[in-house]
Design a protein around this ligand. Structure first.
Ligand SMILES: [Zn+2]
Ligand SMILES: [Zn+2]
Length: 133
């Protein structure tokens, strides 16, 4: 015998759109961001060149970002986590990559270091000597 779920919900005759505060944290959007180089992992809420929670912001890469959990939805605040390397396509965090017209992971940047301008080469070498353990 099927048990009916207890439902106190009364159908609202007026269609009221729920406000943003009704949004739960358990939305299905996003997933787990995993850096291919350092293994850092963080939840992301969306990726692409534009994000629903960063309206008006256009990324010139497939950006992976997390909504800032400490601000109400809709304030366009987000954490940029990383993006795929344009050369090897691996997903890398900002600490393991740099953006110079395209996203390059540490390894690809080092491989092509001579193609970058001097100031960028310096940055690449800093990536190469990762101080975080
Ligand atoms: Zn990383
Ligand atoms: Zn790469």
């Amino acid at each position: 015998m099927k048990q009916e779920p207890i439902d106190n919900h009364i159908d609202d005759p007026v269609e009221t759109k729920p406000k943003d505060e009704k949004k739960t944290e358990q939305t299905e959007e996003g997933g787990q961001f995993n850096c291919a180089l350092c293994g850092w992992s963080e939840r992301y809420h969306g990726h692409g060149t534009s994000l629903s929670f960063a309206r008006g912001i256009v990324f010139n890469e497939d950006a992976y970002a997390m909504r800032d959990p400490f601000v109400p939805y809709g304030q366009n605040l987000y954490f940029f986590l990383g993006a795929p390397c344009s050369a090897c396509q691996r997903l890398v965090c900002t600490n393991c990559s740099l953006f110079y017209s395209k996203r390059f992971c540490k390894e690809c940047a080092l491989k092509h270091v001579q193609h970058f301008p001097a100031e960028v080469q310096k940055k690449i070498r800093e990536l190469g000597t990762n101080k975080s353990e």
